[in-house]
Every structure is written in C-alpha cells, then in structure tokens.
Design a protein around this ligand. Sequence first.
Ligand code: UDX
Length: 462
Amino acid sequence: MEKEKQTQSPKRRRLVLVPCPYQGHITPMLQLGSFLHTVGGFSITVAHTRFNSLDPSNFPHFQFVYLDDRISEHEAIPADLIAVLLDLNVNCRASFEDEMRKLIAAESEDSGEVVAGVIHDELMFFCEEIASDLKLRSFVLRTTSAAASFARMTLVRLNDEGFLPLKESILQDPIPKLHPLRFKDLPISLTTNFTKYSTLIKKMYNMKTPTAAKAIIWNTMEWLEDSTIAEIKNKSIVPIFPIGPLHRMVSARTSVLKEDFNCLSWLDKQAHDVVIYVAIGSIVSLSEKEFGEMAWGLANSQQPFLWVVQPGAIRGSEWIEALPKGFRESVGGRGCIVKWAPQKQVLAHKAVGGFWSHCGWNSTMESLSEGVPMLCSPCFGDQKVNARYLSYIWRVGIQLENGLEKEAIENGIRRLMVGEESREMRERTKNFKEKIEAYVHKVDQCSSSTYLKELVSLLYSF
Ligand code: UDX
C-alpha cells in the first residue's frame, strides 16, 4: 500500500537518521533505517559521527554524511559517559546543520526527492531544534526498555524528594511507587553527578516545547512492557510506536567491530545447550582483578564457554594478556575467547544454553528471542533495570548481585546451566521466544508489524 502511494507521489521521500555513536544505539537505528528503506520505500541518509563510524559498504543503499564530533578514539570507553554525550550534543550541531542545508538545497534543485524528516536517537537531542528551524519534523528513537526510561524519568522526582545522591544504606530498599525496582537498580550510580545527568534527562524526555519530536519510536514490545507503556502513553502528548524487537523485523549488518565467525565452527563441535556465551557489553571497562575473577568463575564452573573480550576492555591491557596464570591449562579446549562475535547467530546456535550478559537492551531482546536464559551482570545505567526485570519479574535470569566474584560466578553458571532450576528457567525462556515469534508476525492492533505500518503511514502523511 505504501509503495503504491510512493509511486503516485511526485517526489521520493528521504529520511535522515542520527544514531548515537555506540554499538547498542547504532544497531537499532540502522535496523529501523533498513526497514523504512526496504518496506517503507524511503531513501535514507545516515548522519553519523566520525567517531565509531561503521563500514558504509554494508549499507550500499544508504547515503552517509559525517558529523564533526570532536570526540577522540580513547573516549570509546569513556570515563565520564554523561560528559561525552553532552559534548556530542554541542559539537555536532554545526556540521549537522550544514549537512541538512545541503540536503534541502539538493531537494530544491529538483532531485526528485523531498526530506520527510529526521529520526534521532533520544541521546542526540540537538537535532530537534535544528530540524524545527529548517521546518522539518523530527522523531525520537528510544533504544532502552520502557521500564528503564521510566526509571530515568523518575530520578528527577527522587531528587526532589531528597533520595539523591544515593546512600549505601538504602540501596536494597524498594523504591516508593516504582515496583519492582530497588534503589540499587536505578540507572544512576553512587558517584553520578546528578546536576549534569539531570540536564541530559530533561533534554531526552522533553516533549513539551514547540521544537519537540512528533512521535516516539520505541525498540520494545507492548505485550512485554504493557503497564509501563500504558503509563507512558497516558502522559505523552505524541504517539508512541513500540516496534521491537527490531532485529526480528529486519536483518542488517550493523556491527562496528569485525565479527569473528570462526567461533561458530567451535560451537558446531559442542553438545546442545551446554555452552555459556559471555559478552558483557560494548562500553565496559574491567579491572585486572575483575577479569581474573571472571576467568576463574568460568574455569571452575566446568561448563564450555564462548567469551567475548573486546580489545581495550581490561584496563591496562590491549586484550587478554591479563588472563590469570594456570587458566589456559585448566580450561583447555573447553573455552573459546574472541574479540567480537556474531552475537545473534551465536544466541541462535543449538549449543548455546545460557548467556552471561551485562543486560544491555539489545542483548536482552536478542536472548529472549532465542529462548536463552541469562546470567545478569549489569554494569551501569539501564542495564540494572533490565537485570531486575529479567531475574525478578520475568524469571528468565539469575542476577549476580555483588559484582564479579569467582565463587558467585561459578555458582550462578551452575544454577543457570544444570539442574531443576535451570530446566524451569529454560522452559520459561522458550515461552518468551514463542510469544515474541507470534507477536512479531501477528497482524492485530498492538503488534510490532502494525505499529511499523502505522509509523510508515505517519511519515508519509506530512
Ligand atoms: C547500551 C545499553 O546498555 C543498552 O541498554 C542501550 O539500549 C544501548 O546502549 P550496549 O552496552 O552496547 O548498549 O549493549 P546492547 O544494547 O546489548 O547492544 C550490544 C549489541 O552489540 C547487541 O546488538 C549485540 O548483538 C552486539 N554484539 C555484542 C555483537 O554483535 N557481538 C559481540 O561480541 C557483542
């Protein structure tokens, strides 16, 4: 239907996508772009920072323009992520405006195209004002769970009520009016500077100024987060489209780092459901001690494992030089370590029976979609909220509550992979997989496909 509309229309429509330049944000934005291009018939321009940019040859149908971010490569794992995000919103403005003006000028030179709008990551909010000045509509893509966003929005109230900065003594307590979260699950740490963070939060969730976005696109599922989404919809003055999980709606090669496909052959040699896959995030920084505890936890669990260790993730090391003495001998062929894995294929592999994860939202949805239960080691931010839901509400994960400690890791892996508790958790996770499968394909009022169709119609309606 939309394609028909497009052929009748004199001008093809172009959308400008602005991802936040970290893997967990780039992935859903480019998946959305691929869907809007292949199904919606839109032309796509990706306005990307030079920092962390991906190989444009994976997207031959997209046009790429680059923003002058002034972020150096050593900030890939930043010490102060909030400061980097605030800087990005200042630094990228001028080049984004230039690029947009060029696109609009090309449009008036009768290119047969019209710029239909800007879709930006919730963290790249600088785009809204520029889009508004240029008389373009903007749309926000939220890449975290609805529950995590809701928790972030609640931080302002908790600050007003005197709960911030967080105190050690209340971390285990439930948060008033925010079931099931405890203070320790909030997307904030004991040391976060709330003044800076609240600037970010207010900009991310500002929907009330005239420049604000015209709709919110959310990489989540309505059935999974129904009550939170209903509450957010009630408060929102713009439509909300929960269109996730995007990785099930479209396939796209979105990896910034080179994936090591050899690990799939290693998995082929393992029995069913025995391998624990370990990947704890694309923005993670571990001490040598934590790395050593992880290594011994894995070794002592006696379970086969596939472990992603990103170069630079261990402070003071290039890659895995800090593996403890005796670890390799103890593990032998039972373990495989790679720099970056084709994660979705790994999770879909029959040998993988568990995922030890930082619980980033993409990883969470990818694991649930394959029916793989999780060992949860949230590092920061929204990951803590996801871990709480996985372990306490959905009961498809076990949370390591006290950081990285080898006995707890070994015990957690055993509980996840073998015995009655493991069997029950696997059953529940398989149920999630089936529900996701059904939800992605069904065509009724509140499925992802329906929301995506409505979104396409909205983008054509302006
Ligand atoms: C962060 C937040 O934690 C996340 O919740 C938010 O939505 C986006 O920013 P990140 O730490 O990158 O994300 O984690 P996650 O959301 O899980 O995304 C990581 C992506 O990298 C996943 O799509 C995963 O498939 C991919 N990945 C990871 C690989 O392809 N290979 C790997 O070896 C590891």
